[in-house]
Write a protein that binds this ligand. Structure first.
Ligand code: SME
Length: 164
């Protein structure tokens, strides 16, 4: 019988841990095309794998309101529902289609504080197979400067693997 994901012992090293989770995500999602199921699984599995992931989830491009993100599947405390492109860290990632790493949220102009415990943040754009921006993936930490280039590299890789 296959071992349940929740029972897997994850490596301590961050790179090795991302590699292990990426493999598990691919295996769990094999054959599942539904976008909500895919987003919910990515958010759940990543949030469960890293202590620094305090808020973990997607803001999806609203097809009915161009230029606006609406909250999607997430793990964590209540997130704000809507974010305009260009506003806050998520809006910056959506507008520029570039990953944003914020070591201190208080120093980011226009940062949207959904939970005052958040100290640092990473937001990665989610691009589909035809090059369309479909969402951004946002992770907040209670620890300052919790995210670096390694998180960006692996999150970009995982999101491309799942949604690209
Ligand atoms: N801090 C984000 C808003 C989303 S929440 O943190 C869940 C931002 O500035 O875009």
């Amino acid at each position: 019988m296959a071992e349940a994901f929740n029972d897997i012992v994850l490596p301590v090293d961050k790179r090795a841990r991302y590699a292990a989770v990426a493999e598990e995500i691919a295996s769990v999602l094999e054959g599942e095309a539904n976008l909500t199921a895919r987003m919910a699984t990515v958010a759940s599995m990543l949030a469960a794998s890293f202590d620094d992931y305090f808020w973990t989830g997607f803001y999806v491009v609203d097809p009915d309101k161009p230029g606006e993100l609406v909250v999607g599947p997430y793990q964590g405390t209540l997130g704000c529902l809507r974010i305009a492109f260009g506003r806050g860290v998520c809006g910056a990632a959506a507008a520029t289609r570039r990953t944003q790493i914020v070591e201190d949220v208080e120093s980011f102009p226009g940062h949207i504080a959904c939970d005052s415990r958040s100290r640092s943040e990473i937001v990665v754009p989610v691009i589909d197979g035809s090059g369309r921006l479909i969402a951004v993936f946002d992770v907040d930490s209670e620890r300052p400067a919790a995210f670096d280039g390694l998180d960006a590299e692996w999150l970009e890789r995982i999101l491309k693997q799942v949604f690209g």
